[in-house]
Design a protein around this ligand. Sequence first.
Ligand code: DQA
Length: 139
Amino acid sequence: MKVLVLNGPNLGRLGRRQPDIYGHTSYTELVELCVDWGRELAYDVEVRQTNHEGLLLDWLNEAADEGTPVVLNAGAWTHYSLALYDACAQLSAPLVEVHLSDPAQRPEEFRHTSVVTPHAKAVVVGQGVDGYRQALHSL
Ligand code: DQA
């Protein structure tokens, strides 16, 4: 089974970006880990990252057309993008939301809302990169 692991803005700098919050694993390492974890589950995992919201929407539309399950870390778009809300709403296969940190426990009020959660089969937060493994398992 094909699974898309989609990552939004600034996640390409994983390992270098605020490692105290997001950890030291690089984005390249995250990609390898997700592919390996997927293989153990007989999933054909494809990991993507973009800083361009429209591209993420295109990928979600592709998942909707193909009925592909999605693991999604939409980064900051999680908290305010109504287009992202709509794109997630139309998915027919399972969607699992993942965040490296636990946005609800962070001081910025804006992180306490998610437009993805209403459409998610499961939400994994605060587990660092292992959250992606857990998300793949919960599909
Ligand atoms: C994040 C949490 C978001 O609030 C933040 O904007 C990110 C990363 C996480 O993985 O913890 O970019 O999605």
